[in-house]
Design a protein around this ligand. Structure first.
Ligand code: F3S
Length: 391
């Protein structure tokens, strides 16, 4: 693998131990995946922010990174943490968990990471441009920026994205290379166009193809539709990029003649729905996977306005970024009549197991992860249907 003189210097420890280790990891990944060289990145987005997912081992790793004097060298943001920083008691979080979680945030801040803690950084202050090379580690977000924006990233793991953030480079392979971004299958989609139908479409496509780069026909996703579909396909399969005819910026770049065509319609959507729905009733309804956008906050507030919460036993959580929560004060007021609007956390990375057993969500991604990461039975349906039991 070719390294420039400067890169060789970093690898030899000329810029300190933390940079040396980061370079070592990025080069090792590059060798595994057959990269010819490294490429500069314009931003990073890091996973591994919740104490629930990284535990004491991850905390210790971060302490070592800080002790080694590391700093990120490109704008870097962080994924959701295991609790709302201020309202963790409302989430039934223990003081011991909260203490460690806050420590993790402080460690990331010390190395220069913006502790905005959202899985939709592209709706906030970390918005790549078309053609930018980035190192992003949140599967839903990286698929969104690859597909909808035309930035370029592989599906980075937490340590790899952190190492790239420190050296400002990533290994040049996979989706950083134009040729590897070509579609692998055409998806002829037949959905009703609701946000929830995009979530089920993503689920069904992930179940049907596993990986690869689907090229969609007959859909016109908005940002919110693409957000939920990206998340669903990355969770039910390992799709890190897709094209949508006449919508996404690179869709017209490739010759798609001769590609296999699959149809996703009523039957496949029902199979996707049935796979995700395992609970008959719920104790928690959690919305905002990926984090609620401003528009979704407005839509939910408009839906709830004038209604009353009748079933007080069922908790409702709305998950978004602190930026969106701040900007939507009017909507928050209406929503808080039903449950807390929580910032910078989510139902999956929070330790809800032990508190709840059955959770409702409108997100296929959450529907995939709640059973495995949170031991939940799941009701996965659109918001108005979910809310029927409480309003
Ligand atoms: Fe975001 Fe949590 Fe879903 S990180 S994509 S809200 S599982």
């Amino acid at each position: 693998m070719y390294l420039t003189r400067d890169e060789e210097g970093v690898l030899a420890g000329e810029e300190g131990e933390s940079s040396r280790k980061a370079m070592e990891l990025v080069v090792a990944l590059g060798k595994i995946y057959g990269a010819e060289d490294l490429i500069d990145i314009t931003s990073a987005h890091l996973s591994g922010a919740s104490y629930k997912t990284i535990g004491d081992g991850g905390l210790k790793y971060l302490e070592d990174v800080v002790k080694g004097g590391a700093r990120v060298s490109v704008p870097s943001t962080l994924n959701p943490i295991g609790m709302d920083r201020d309202r963790w008691k409302e989430m039934h979080i223990s003081p011991a968990f909260a203490e460690k979680q806050l420590k993790i945030i402080e460690l990331y801040k010390k190395i220069g990471v913006a502790a905005t803690c959202s899985c939709t950084p592209y709706l906030g202050d970390n918005v790549p441009s078309m053609g930018d090379h980035v190192a992003w580690a949140e599967s839903s977000a990286l698929s969104f920026v690859n597909s909808y924006i035309g930035a370029r990233t592989n599906r980075e793991g937490g340590p790899g994205a952190l190492a790239s953030a420190i050296i400002g480079k990533t290994a040049n392979y996979g989706l950083h290379i134009m040729e590897n971004r070509k579609p692998s299958v055409i998806v002829d989609a037949d959905i009703d166009g609701s946000v929830f139908s995009y979530s089920m479409l993503g689920q069904a496509v992930g179940m049907a193809i596993g990986g690869g780069i689907p090229y969609f026909r007959n859909i016109a996703p908005t940002v919110d539709d693409a957000k939920t579909m990206s998340a669903a396909m990355a969770a039910s399969g390992s799709v890190a990029m897709y094209h949508v005819e006449d919508v996404t910026p690179e869709a017209g770049n490739y010759d798609i003649s001769g590609l296999e065509v699959i149809h996703i319609g009523e039957k496949e959507l029902k199979e996707a729905y049935d796979k995700l729905n395992t609970a008959d009733d719920v104790q928690l309804i959690a919305l905002g996977c990926p984090h609620l956008s401003r528009k979704e906050m407005k839509d939910i507030a408009a839906f709830l306005k004038g209604k009353k919460k009748k079933n007080k036993d069922i908790e409702i959580w709305f998950c978004t970024s602190s930026k969106v929560r701040e900007e939507c004060a009017e909507e928050v007021k209406i929503m808080e009549e039903f449950g807390p609007v929580l910032a910078d956390t989510c139902m999956v990375v929070a330790p809800i197991e032990g508190v709840f057993k059955r959770t409702g969500t409108n997100s296929a991604k959450a529907g995939n992860y709640l059973p495995t990461l949170c031991s939940q039975e799941v009701a996965c349906m659109d918001i108005s249907k979910l809310m029927e039991v409480v309003i």
